[in-house]
Write a protein that binds this ligand. Structure first.
Ligand code: ZN
Length: 155
């Protein structure tokens, strides 16, 4: 048995079950968009609508580091605008409805779409921040744990 294979077996033992779900940034983002922990993808990311849990109950990932701040509303408005504005033009060009029809259609649709997208977008942003070690996740007890795991994986 080579030394390399010895190291590999040690790495696998050390990694444990909580690291097995850590894949690409896309996998983490997908977990976040499903409103799940970006690392394990099993536990809920929020304790209510947009309030992020301090720590994942499943894999103990500390999530209080997240600094999504106003990025989720910004990207949500960006997405909702790009969905609704073409629809407004489409309806206006084809049917020219009264102004109150536009108001009745797009007002509630903008609100519902935004409220639905906000936790999804926030989950994705938190996942990116965690994966990239951004903001609070780059600290001593944040993503550095994972950086250590990555270092050990490489050897
Ligand atoms: Zn987790």
């Amino acid at each position: 048995m080579t030394m390399e294979s010895n190291n590999r077996s040690v790495t696998i033992e050390f990694e444990g079950s909580r690291e097995k779900a850590r894949g690409s940034v896309w996998k983490s983002m997908l977990n976040g968009m499903r409103c799940r922990c970006p690392r394990c993808g099993t536990a809920e990311l929020y304790q209510n609508y947009l309030k992020v849990v301090d720590e994942c109950p499943s894999c103990d990932l500390e999530l209080h580091h997240q600094r999504a701040d106003d990025a989720p509303p910004y990207f949500t408005m960006f997405i909702v605008g790009h969905i609704l504005v073409p629809l407004v033009f489409l309806v206006e060009v084809n049917w020219q409805p009264a102004w109150w029809v536009h108001l009745a259609l797009w007002g509630p649709m903008a609100v519902v779409l935004s409220l639905w997208l906000l936790p999804i977008v926030k989950g994705a942003i938190i996942a990116i921040q965690w994966k990239m070690g951004m903001h609070g996740f780059g600290g001593e007890d944040g993503n550095d744990q994972d950086a250590t795991h990555l270092e050990r994986e490489r050897h």
